[in-house]
Design a protein around this ligand. Sequence first.
Ligand SMILES: [Fe+2]
Length: 243
Amino acid sequence: MFFKQLLTTESSLSYFFGCAGHALGAAVDVVAGDEDWFIEQAAQAGVRITCVIDTHVHADHLSGGRELARRVGAPYSLHHSARDFVQFDFEPLTDGQVLDLGNVRATVLHTPGHTLDSVCLLVSDARRGPDPWFVLTGDTLFVGAVGRPDLAGREREMAALLHDTLHRQLLSLPAELEIYPGHQAGSACGAGISGKPSSTIGFEKRWNPMLSLDRDAFVAELTSTVMARPADMDRIVAINTAA
Ligand SMILES: [Fe+2]
Protein backbone atom coordinates (compact mmCIF):
# COMPACT_ATOMS: atom_id res chain seq x y z
CA MET A 1 0.00 0.00 0.00
CA PHE A 2 1.14 3.49 -0.75
CA PHE A 3 -0.96 6.47 0.34
CA LYS A 4 -0.61 10.21 -0.19
CA GLN A 5 -2.89 13.01 0.96
CA LEU A 6 -2.59 16.41 -0.75
CA LEU A 7 -3.94 19.62 0.78
CA THR A 8 -4.90 21.88 -2.08
CA THR A 9 -7.06 24.90 -2.96
CA GLU A 10 -10.36 25.60 -1.14
CA SER A 11 -9.03 23.45 1.76
CA SER A 12 -9.64 20.39 -0.42
CA LEU A 13 -7.91 17.10 0.29
CA SER A 14 -6.96 14.89 -2.65
CA TYR A 15 -5.71 11.31 -2.48
CA PHE A 16 -3.36 9.04 -4.35
CA PHE A 17 -3.16 5.44 -3.15
CA GLY A 18 -2.73 1.93 -4.42
CA CYS A 19 -0.55 -1.13 -4.57
CA ALA A 20 3.18 -0.62 -5.10
CA GLY A 21 3.74 -4.36 -5.64
CA HIS A 22 1.35 -4.51 -8.59
CA ALA A 23 2.18 -0.91 -9.62
CA LEU A 24 -1.48 0.24 -9.71
CA GLY A 25 -2.82 3.50 -8.30
CA ALA A 26 -6.03 5.51 -7.94
CA ALA A 27 -6.30 9.32 -7.89
CA VAL A 28 -9.29 10.76 -6.02
CA ASP A 29 -10.69 14.29 -6.04
CA VAL A 30 -7.94 15.78 -8.19
CA VAL A 31 -8.06 19.60 -8.28
CA ALA A 32 -7.39 21.37 -11.59
CA GLY A 33 -3.73 22.39 -11.71
CA ASP A 34 -2.55 19.43 -9.59
CA GLU A 35 -2.40 16.93 -12.47
CA ASP A 36 1.41 17.16 -12.64
CA TRP A 37 1.70 16.33 -8.93
CA PHE A 38 -0.16 13.04 -9.45
CA ILE A 39 1.91 12.17 -12.52
CA GLU A 40 5.13 12.90 -10.61
CA GLN A 41 3.99 10.87 -7.59
CA ALA A 42 3.11 7.95 -9.86
CA ALA A 43 6.50 8.15 -11.57
CA GLN A 44 8.33 8.25 -8.22
CA ALA A 45 6.38 5.23 -6.96
CA GLY A 46 6.77 3.43 -10.31
CA VAL A 47 3.01 2.88 -10.62
CA ARG A 48 0.37 3.41 -13.29
CA ILE A 49 -2.69 5.52 -12.46
CA THR A 50 -5.53 3.20 -13.48
CA CYS A 51 -8.51 4.93 -11.81
CA VAL A 52 -9.32 8.63 -11.56
CA ILE A 53 -12.38 9.30 -9.42
CA ASP A 54 -14.29 12.33 -8.19
CA THR A 55 -16.33 11.55 -5.06
CA HIS A 56 -19.00 13.88 -6.50
CA VAL A 57 -19.31 16.72 -8.99
CA HIS A 58 -17.68 19.56 -7.07
CA ALA A 59 -19.24 23.00 -6.63
CA ASP A 60 -16.34 24.73 -4.90
CA HIS A 61 -13.34 24.00 -7.12
CA LEU A 62 -12.53 23.00 -10.67
CA SER A 63 -11.89 19.28 -11.00
CA GLY A 64 -8.66 18.12 -12.57
CA GLY A 65 -9.96 14.55 -12.78
CA ARG A 66 -10.91 14.47 -16.43
CA GLU A 67 -7.66 16.14 -17.49
CA LEU A 68 -5.51 13.75 -15.42
CA ALA A 69 -7.44 10.75 -16.75
CA ARG A 70 -6.89 11.95 -20.31
CA ARG A 71 -3.18 12.48 -19.74
CA VAL A 72 -2.52 9.07 -18.17
CA GLY A 73 -4.99 7.12 -20.33
CA ALA A 74 -7.14 5.99 -17.40
CA PRO A 75 -10.94 6.00 -17.08
CA TYR A 76 -12.52 8.92 -15.24
CA SER A 77 -15.25 7.83 -12.83
CA LEU A 78 -18.22 9.35 -11.07
CA HIS A 79 -21.27 7.71 -9.51
CA HIS A 80 -23.65 6.69 -12.31
CA SER A 81 -26.32 9.13 -11.10
CA ALA A 82 -24.12 12.01 -12.28
CA ARG A 83 -25.29 11.03 -15.80
CA ASP A 84 -28.43 12.99 -15.01
CA PHE A 85 -26.58 16.30 -15.01
CA VAL A 86 -23.13 16.05 -16.61
CA GLN A 87 -22.68 16.44 -20.35
CA PHE A 88 -19.79 14.03 -20.94
CA ASP A 89 -19.18 10.29 -20.84
CA PHE A 90 -17.49 8.76 -17.83
CA GLU A 91 -16.93 5.33 -16.29
CA PRO A 92 -19.96 4.89 -14.01
CA LEU A 93 -19.57 3.69 -10.41
CA THR A 94 -22.24 1.65 -8.61
CA ASP A 95 -22.80 0.95 -4.93
CA GLY A 96 -20.86 -2.15 -3.86
CA GLN A 97 -18.57 -2.14 -6.90
CA VAL A 98 -15.00 -3.21 -6.08
CA LEU A 99 -12.08 -1.46 -7.76
CA ASP A 100 -9.12 -3.81 -8.03
CA LEU A 101 -5.69 -2.24 -7.46
CA GLY A 102 -3.59 -5.38 -6.94
CA ASN A 103 -3.43 -6.09 -3.20
CA VAL A 104 -5.47 -2.96 -2.57
CA ARG A 105 -9.23 -2.98 -3.12
CA ALA A 106 -11.58 -0.01 -2.99
CA THR A 107 -15.29 -0.69 -2.52
CA VAL A 108 -17.67 2.02 -3.73
CA LEU A 109 -20.33 3.16 -1.26
CA HIS A 110 -23.10 5.36 -2.69
CA THR A 111 -23.57 8.01 0.01
CA PRO A 112 -26.10 10.64 -1.15
CA GLY A 113 -26.78 13.69 1.02
CA HIS A 114 -24.18 16.37 0.32
CA THR A 115 -25.06 15.70 -3.32
CA LEU A 116 -27.09 12.91 -4.93
CA ASP A 117 -24.02 11.52 -6.69
CA SER A 118 -21.70 11.37 -3.65
CA VAL A 119 -19.64 8.24 -3.07
CA CYS A 120 -17.18 7.09 -0.42
CA LEU A 121 -14.40 4.55 -1.03
CA LEU A 122 -13.81 1.78 1.51
CA VAL A 123 -10.22 0.62 1.12
CA SER A 124 -8.55 -2.60 2.22
CA ASP A 125 -5.05 -4.00 1.77
CA ALA A 126 -4.84 -7.80 1.43
CA ARG A 127 -1.24 -7.67 2.65
CA ARG A 128 -2.48 -6.43 6.05
CA GLY A 129 -5.82 -8.19 6.42
CA PRO A 130 -9.25 -8.65 4.88
CA ASP A 131 -10.95 -5.85 6.85
CA PRO A 132 -11.18 -2.31 5.47
CA TRP A 133 -8.37 -0.07 6.71
CA PHE A 134 -9.70 3.37 5.84
CA VAL A 135 -12.55 5.12 4.07
CA LEU A 136 -12.30 8.18 1.84
CA THR A 137 -15.43 10.06 2.85
CA GLY A 138 -15.52 12.83 0.25
CA ASP A 139 -17.88 15.58 1.43
CA THR A 140 -20.21 13.14 3.22
CA LEU A 141 -18.40 12.98 6.58
CA PHE A 142 -15.73 15.43 7.69
CA VAL A 143 -13.64 15.45 10.85
CA GLY A 144 -15.97 17.12 13.37
CA ALA A 145 -18.68 17.93 10.81
CA VAL A 146 -20.78 16.64 7.92
CA GLY A 147 -21.30 17.85 4.35
CA ARG A 148 -23.69 20.72 3.70
CA PRO A 149 -26.96 19.53 2.12
CA ASP A 150 -28.14 22.68 0.42
CA LEU A 151 -25.96 23.22 -2.65
CA ALA A 152 -28.37 21.64 -5.14
CA GLY A 153 -31.58 22.83 -3.42
CA ARG A 154 -34.15 20.73 -1.47
CA GLU A 155 -31.95 21.10 1.59
CA ARG A 156 -34.29 19.47 4.16
CA GLU A 157 -34.79 16.43 1.94
CA MET A 158 -31.06 16.21 1.29
CA ALA A 159 -30.25 16.62 5.01
CA ALA A 160 -32.58 13.70 5.83
CA LEU A 161 -30.92 11.65 3.10
CA LEU A 162 -27.51 12.50 4.55
CA HIS A 163 -28.61 11.33 8.00
CA ASP A 164 -29.76 7.99 6.56
CA THR A 165 -26.54 7.63 4.54
CA LEU A 166 -24.31 8.34 7.53
CA HIS A 167 -26.07 5.86 9.80
CA ARG A 168 -26.58 3.09 7.23
CA GLN A 169 -23.37 3.30 5.25
CA LEU A 170 -20.64 4.77 7.49
CA LEU A 171 -21.41 4.61 11.21
CA SER A 172 -22.00 0.86 11.05
CA LEU A 173 -18.36 0.39 10.00
CA PRO A 174 -15.72 -0.71 12.55
CA ALA A 175 -14.74 1.93 15.13
CA GLU A 176 -11.03 1.62 14.33
CA LEU A 177 -11.55 2.40 10.63
CA GLU A 178 -9.69 5.55 9.60
CA ILE A 179 -11.52 8.29 7.76
CA TYR A 180 -9.99 10.66 5.23
CA PRO A 181 -12.37 13.44 4.16
CA GLY A 182 -12.55 15.66 1.10
CA HIS A 183 -11.89 18.88 3.02
CA GLN A 184 -10.39 20.27 6.20
CA ALA A 185 -11.14 23.56 8.00
CA GLY A 186 -11.59 26.50 5.64
CA SER A 187 -13.90 24.76 3.16
CA ALA A 188 -17.30 26.09 2.07
CA CYS A 189 -18.61 22.50 1.81
CA GLY A 190 -19.42 22.08 5.53
CA ALA A 191 -19.70 24.04 8.78
CA GLY A 192 -17.35 23.44 11.72
CA ILE A 193 -14.82 21.21 9.95
CA SER A 194 -11.69 20.41 11.97
CA GLY A 195 -8.21 21.44 10.87
CA LYS A 196 -7.11 17.84 11.45
CA PRO A 197 -7.16 15.97 8.14
CA SER A 198 -8.05 12.47 9.41
CA SER A 199 -9.91 10.69 12.19
CA THR A 200 -11.58 7.35 12.89
CA ILE A 201 -15.19 6.19 12.76
CA GLY A 202 -15.07 5.58 16.53
CA PHE A 203 -13.72 9.03 17.41
CA GLU A 204 -16.27 10.74 15.18
CA LYS A 205 -19.15 8.70 16.64
CA ARG A 206 -18.02 9.82 20.10
CA TRP A 207 -17.19 13.48 19.41
CA ASN A 208 -18.70 14.67 16.12
CA PRO A 209 -21.69 16.74 17.34
CA MET A 210 -23.82 15.91 14.29
CA LEU A 211 -23.62 12.15 14.67
CA SER A 212 -25.47 11.78 17.97
CA LEU A 213 -28.59 13.61 16.72
CA ASP A 214 -31.74 11.77 15.72
CA ARG A 215 -33.03 12.37 12.20
CA ASP A 216 -35.31 15.31 13.00
CA ALA A 217 -32.74 17.07 15.19
CA PHE A 218 -30.05 16.45 12.56
CA VAL A 219 -32.17 18.00 9.81
CA ALA A 220 -33.09 20.98 12.03
CA GLU A 221 -29.48 21.60 13.07
CA LEU A 222 -27.98 21.17 9.61
CA THR A 223 -30.52 23.45 7.93
CA SER A 224 -30.26 26.12 10.64
CA THR A 225 -26.67 26.89 9.65
CA VAL A 226 -26.63 29.41 6.85
CA MET A 227 -23.37 29.21 4.96
CA ALA A 228 -22.27 31.36 2.07
CA ARG A 229 -22.33 29.61 -1.29
CA PRO A 230 -18.86 28.70 -2.56
CA ALA A 231 -17.30 31.61 -4.40
CA ASP A 232 -18.03 31.48 -8.13
CA MET A 233 -20.15 28.34 -7.69
CA ASP A 234 -22.30 28.67 -10.81
CA ARG A 235 -19.28 29.04 -13.10
CA ILE A 236 -17.44 26.15 -11.38
CA VAL A 237 -20.42 23.76 -11.66
CA ALA A 238 -20.93 24.77 -15.30
CA ILE A 239 -17.30 23.90 -16.11
CA ASN A 240 -17.27 20.68 -14.04
CA THR A 241 -20.39 19.42 -15.85
CA ALA A 242 -19.66 20.72 -19.38
CA ALA A 243 -18.86 18.42 -22.30
FE1 LIG B 1 -18.50 19.13 -2.25
